[in-house]
Design a protein. Structure first.
Lengths: 457, 223
């Protein structure tokens, strides 16, 4: 499994380790260069001393032994050597420390006047040597021109200086890497702690307890946006789950209660046949009719939600509204309702079943829920329909739930309205309007609920 | 048993009331919680059958109120919701049983019987008083192994007395058990019912098991 912590630790540790190694190596190389330069300078100075101290005496090249000792070629300095060659390769002088070895092979480079090089001598000596050509100052007869002077020192000396430096750098570097790794672990751990806390909080979220929200105040800015979005998502999920729970609850109530009624009525008649009176049987038939109506509504809703296209016919708005009002006439009269209906005549093509469902449900709803002696306003023109009525008790919070399937402000007693108000009417209206490409909106102003279906956009 | 049924569906309420009355129970019915609450305050019931989704306050809200005010009558919740969390919430608030709609009347009657037994502390549905054997679940009675036929009201009377053999029940207590709020029994209805039951429980001149305690009431005891 991928781990951000591990990945960050490995990456940063790798980079840190390479940086420490590179630093250590650079330091070592710089020190080695400095030591070698110093080493070479010493060789060069010794060569200068030897060259300047060389003299021709009785036709022979000689160097004062004291100068030799001063320059470090005495018997007490076994690691330092020099040798002077005539242009024909004849050895003119040499340090006693050379023993049987020779520096003849060093500095074979005819086009250069001087140079420094490492050399492994035939006797097994590993030296760093400086060579140069010179002519003694008192060579009046010009017999000793272009002599080659080679000055060398044992490289082991240089190595002895570099070795503890390399060891120290390696130890410090290694320790540094360990310390860096430990620090990185702490720093990465602390840096990722808010992410861990956020992860733990997210893990505690349960589908049955969506009311909790992630704490964002103490989060670093990098995580605040994500936590905020998660909170928004939780809010939407909570609302969706609450809506689904309400739907399940209401659907179960609407479907199971009539079934329970029918079952109880049937069992009563079956156990005591004298209970099967004509009134009892007609009541049973009424329950069945209500269930049929409910199934029809569900079927219509399913059709509208599924978007199954129906036949397109010319809708005569005035006729359709008039027909729906006529069906509600008895209820309108018995409740002394006033219907203010303004229709701009016109016709348009649409699905007649869904349009009738929209108009019928909106008018039926208004007639059923408007208080007695109040006014229902109907405004209709081609591709526009609106119904408004007084809605005491309805609040703006209810508007979001108004179109939910089976939602009602209060559970209605069963058998009281002939099953007309199952809470499906407005959900059918919205689903039908959506399917037909219209917009269905509800608003509540001054205690009046207005539901508008608009197809003009 | 004396029962209260709180159910908003008129048809369901009516059918259950008729069926349970025919089974010998005395039932008061209420269409909502407000009316049910009035009944609960005025009467002592053996059990309450309470619908969950009532107009206004829900059945659970009424149950919570009753329990907090000290009403310990067993309650069976009727609900269209079968979700576990709803049941758990109901039990947490003090419901004794749950029945999901649609249900069989027989099952409701059996659950009411079981609840009543539980309240009485009787694990079994059979009560033995001497050679009198009463099966509350099967609603049958035998005397010395011979089956006896009782009406629903006679069985309900026997059930009332047999709950606590040896305990004297007053006429008022018996009347409250046998009749609901809307019944208007005659003043001697209890005496007549006891007379009829006593006669049926002593076939062939068997010694009586129901005895009269003058001025106090009636008691059932082994002969």
């Amino acid at each position: 499994m991928r781990s951000i912590r591990r990945q960050m630790a490995l990456t940063v540790s790798g980079v840190g380790g390479v940086a420490v190694l590179a630093g250590g190596l650079s330091l070592f190389l710089a020190l080695r260069l400095a030591l070698r330069t110093q080493f070479d300078d010493v060789l060069r100075r010794k060569a200068e001393i030897l060259a300047s101290a060389s003299a021709i005496d009785n036709g022979e090249l000689e160097i004062d032994p004291d100068v030799q000792t001063f320059a470090g070629f005495g018997t007490s300095s076994p690691g330092d050597y020099f040798e002077i060659f005539a242009p024909d390769g004849t050895v003119l002088d040499r340090s006693p420390s050379l023993g049987t070895s020779s520096l003849k092979e060093v500095g074979i480079s005819s086009h250069l006047q001087e140079g420094v090089t490492n050399s492994l001598l035939p006797g097994g000596l590993d030296v760093r040597a400086y060579w140069r050509y010179f002519t003694p100052s008192d060579d009046e007869e010009d017999r000793f021109a272009d002599l080659k002077l080679v000055v060398a020192s044992d490289r082991a000396r240089l190595k002895r200086l570099l070795s503890p430096i390399a060891t120290t750098i390696a130890l410090v570097g290694g320790g540094g890497i360990v310390v860096i790794l430990a620090l990185l672990r702490i720093v990465v751990g602390r840096g990722l702690r808010p992410l861990d806390q956020l992860g733990a909080e997210v893990q505690q979220i349960h589908v049955e307890r969506l009311s909790g929200r992630l704490a964002t105040d103490d989060l670093p800015v990098e995580l605040r946006g994500m936590a905020g979005k998660l909170n928004e998502l939780l809010e939407r999920l909570e609302a969706t789950f609450a809506r689904e729970r309400r739907f399940t609850s209401h659907a179960a109530h609407e479907l199971r209660t009539p079934l329970a009624e029918l079952k109880a009525m049937t069992e009563l008649g079956a156990a005591w046949p004298e209970e099967f009176t004509p009134e009892h049987v007609s009541e049973m038939l009424l329950v069945i009719s209500e269930l049929e109506a409910l199934i029809e509504k569900l079927s219509l809703l399913a059709r509208a939600e599924a978007g199954t296209p129906g036949p397109v016919e010319t809708i005569l708005l005035e006729e359709t509204v008039g027909d729906c009002l006529a069906r509600q006439k008895r209820e309108i009269l018995s409740r002394n309702l006033v219907v203010d209906c303004q229709i701009e005549p016109g016709e348009f093509a649409s699905d007649p079943v869904l349009w009738r469902a929209i108009i019928h449900n909106l008018i039926n709803n208004a007639v059923s829920y408007a208080p007695e002696q109040s006014t229902i306003e109907i405004r209709a023109r081609p591709r526009f329909f609106s119904v408004s009525n007084e809605a005491p008790g309805l609040t703006s919070d209810d508007l979001d739930k108004l179109f939910e399937r089976f939602w009602r402000k209060e559970p209605q007693p069963h058998g009281g309205h002939g099953g007309q108000h199952s809470g499906l009417g407005l959900s059918i209206v919205r689903a039908s309007a959506d399917f037909l490409g219209g917009r269905c909106e509800a608003s509540l102003e001054s205690g009046r609920l207005a539901i508008t279906i608009d197809f003009r956009e | 048993m004396r029962l209260l049924l709180v159910e908003d569906s008129k048809r369901l309420r009516h059918s259950l009331t008729r069926a349970l009355a025919r089974l010998g129970h005395a039932i008061d019915e209420a269409p909502d919680g407000n009316e049910g609450d009035l009944f609960v305050r005025e009467n002592r019931y053996d059990a309450i059958v309470l619908d969950l989704m009532l107009p206004g306050r829900s059945g659970l809200e009424w149950l919570e109120q009753w329990r907090s005010s000290g009403v310990d009558t067993p309650v069976i919740i009727l609900t269209a919701l079968g979700a576990v969390e709803d049941r758990v919430r109901g039990f947490a608030l003090g419901a004794d049983d749950y029945l999901t709609k649609p249900f069989a009347i027989e099952e409701l009657a059996a659950r009411l019987e079981a609840i009543a037994r539980r309240v009485r502390g009787q694990a079994k549905s059979r009560i033995l008083i001497g050679d009198l054997e009463i099966d509350l679940a099967a609603r049958s009675v035998k005397r010395s192994g011979t089956p006896l036929t009782l009406t629903a009201r006679e069985f309900s009377l026997l059930e009332c007395l047999a709950r606590h053999p040896g305990r004297v029940y007053s006429r008022e207590q018996i009347e409250a058990h046998l009749y609901n709020e809307s019944d208007s029994p005659l003043s001697n209805a209890v005496d007549a019912a006891v007379y009829s039951l006593r006669k049926k429980l002593s076939p062939g001149g068997a010694p009586p098991v129901i005895h009269t305690r003058r001025g106090l009431g009636y008691v059932i005891e082994a002969p």
